[in-house]
Design a protein around this ligand. Structure first.
Ligand code: HEC
Ligand code: HEC
Length: 384
């Protein structure tokens, strides 16, 4: 059967579908390369954006017209088997819209994406106390969900690989450039094939929403200053105490009580006459007030905060560390920082937390509030 001569270009994928497809490709790629904690703001933004795209796709799966709506590509597993058998025999049946295997991959990817986005938002809320589910779950649950989030994201990458492989193989077997048709929207088809509806207005709305979302990100990303380190998300600071702040913030920054367990603070205060070689010479009343404050807000009292929870969990029960920088969690987290960074003029000591953490003063240690100060900036400041 040679239908070559009767085929003509027909719009198969309308603009909203193509926009959805390529915006998803770019934002998933973006989320994939921003998994480092320092880029959490961008990563979370892309996650919300992907969530929006998935919601749009669900909507478009109902109202999107021919080829876009779900009812045009519902196939049974038997259909998939038959299609794959044909593919193995190098003679797959030609489908103008999504083929059975592709359809299952699409449903799989949509479900995966939805679960990845939801688990991402849950772990952001639990681990970091940020986002629309801020403080809704504890750190412990947040960390668990974070593992699910990471595992599913890796599985999703495999699904994407299978999808790309399917596109390449089918393009080859049917001598039809499928990825090009996802750009132009057009395929050579027989005249009897129903064309997709162009849906330019919906496409325009999608473009407008995308521009609005990304300009919001750009605007807020610029807000990362010392005054405003991690807008738009944050968790409230714990109570302050002026005596502690003045007595313990004299030689180094006043370390937030949630960075060590109560037993460590007690031991530090009990040995205040030999504090790393210094005699703090504090009055008993002052010691009492500081002790009360530090132990009331110590790590184990703040298990709903990531830093407190993880530092506390990392310390063996029979140990009483006197330095935050000697706790296993701290050492693990700062392991990758080069020696030269610690020696920079604008860092100098491991205990100088605020040189790298905008929010060290509040004790929140949000990922988004973290940066490594550059050496150049320090040198420039010195010469001017
Ligand atoms: C007279 C100066 C001075 C005062 C006042 C002082 N410290 Fe220190 N503190 C030091 C020095 C010196 C070190 C060790 C060097 C370093 O880590 O920078 C240190 C280290 C620490 C560390 C360990 C930091 C790390 O590396 O993890 C903690 C915790 C600490 N101090 C708590 C306190 C508390 C609590 C108070 C108030 C009761 C206090 N300090 C007041 C001088 C001081
Ligand atoms: C030279 C810069 C630098 C200094 C100084 C520094 N940190 Fe960090 N800190 C980092 C970096 C970078 C990371 C992220 C490491 C990662 O994500 O793998 C980090 C991670 C952390 C985390 C984990 C955050 C999270 O959500 O996973 C905590 C808590 C933390 N630092 C506390 C401290 C405390 C407390 C001090 C001072 C005693 C301190 N840091 C000093 C650079 C620094």
């Amino acid at each position: 059967m040679n239908t070559k001569f009767t085929k003509k270009p027909v719009l198969i994928w309308n603009l909203p579908i193509r926009l959805f497809h390529w915006l998803l490709v770019l934002s998933f790629l973006g989320a994939w390369i921003t998994t480092d904690n320092r880029f959490l703001n961008i990563h979370a933004f892309l996650g919300y954006f992907i969530g929006g795209l998935v919601l749009f796709r669900l909507f478009w799966g109902i109202f999107g017209g021919p080829n876009a709506r779900f009812r045009d590509f519902i196939y049974s597993l038997a259909d998939v088997k038959k299609f794959l058998k044909g593919m193995l025999a190098m003679r797959p049946v030609h489908y103008i819209g999504h083929n059975p295997a592709g359809s299952w991959a699409i449903y799989g990817m949509l479900i995966f994406l939805a679960v990845i986005v939801i688990s991402g938002i849950m772990s952001l809320g639990g681990d970091e106390g940020q986002g629309i589910l801020a403080n809704w779950t504890g750190v412990e649950f947040g960390s668990l969900v974070a593992d699910i989030h990471n595992g599913l994201a890796s599985l999703m990458a495999w699904l994407v690989a299978v999808h790309i492989l399917g596109v390449v193989v089918e393009s080859y077997l049917h001598k039809e450039n499928l990825s090009k048709s996802m750009i132009t929207g057009v395929k050579a088809a027989e005249p009897s094939v129903t064309a997709a509806k162009p849906a330019r207005f919906t496409a325009l709305l999608l473009i407008a929403a995308t521009i609005a979302a990304f300009s919001y990100l750009l605007q807020h990303y610029d807000d990362r200053t010392f005054q405003n380190p991690y807008i738009p998300f944050s968790k409230p600071a714990i109570a302050d105490n002026p005596t502690w702040r003045s007595e313990c913030g004299d030689c180094h920054m006043a370390y937030s009580p949630l960075l060590l367990p109560a037993r460590s603070w007690n031991k530090l205060l009990n040995t205040q006459d030999n504090h790393f070689g210094e005699d703090l010479s504090l009055e008993p009343d002052t010691i009492k007030e500081i002790r009360q404050y530090l132990t009331a807000h110590s790590a184990e009292k703040n298990l709903n905060r990531e830093a407190a929870y993880k530092i506390n969990r990392s310390i063996p029960a029979d140990q009483i560390p006197l330095q935050i920088t000697k706790t296993p969690y701290w050492m693990d987290k700062h392991d990758g920082i080069q020696d030269s960074v610690w020696k920079q003029d604008n860092v100098r000591s491991k205990g100088n937390c605020s040189s790298c953490h905008f929010d060290a003063d509040k004790g929140t240690f949000q990922d988004a509030a973290m940066h490594i100060p550059s050496d150049d900036v320090a040198k420039k400041k010195k010469t001017t």
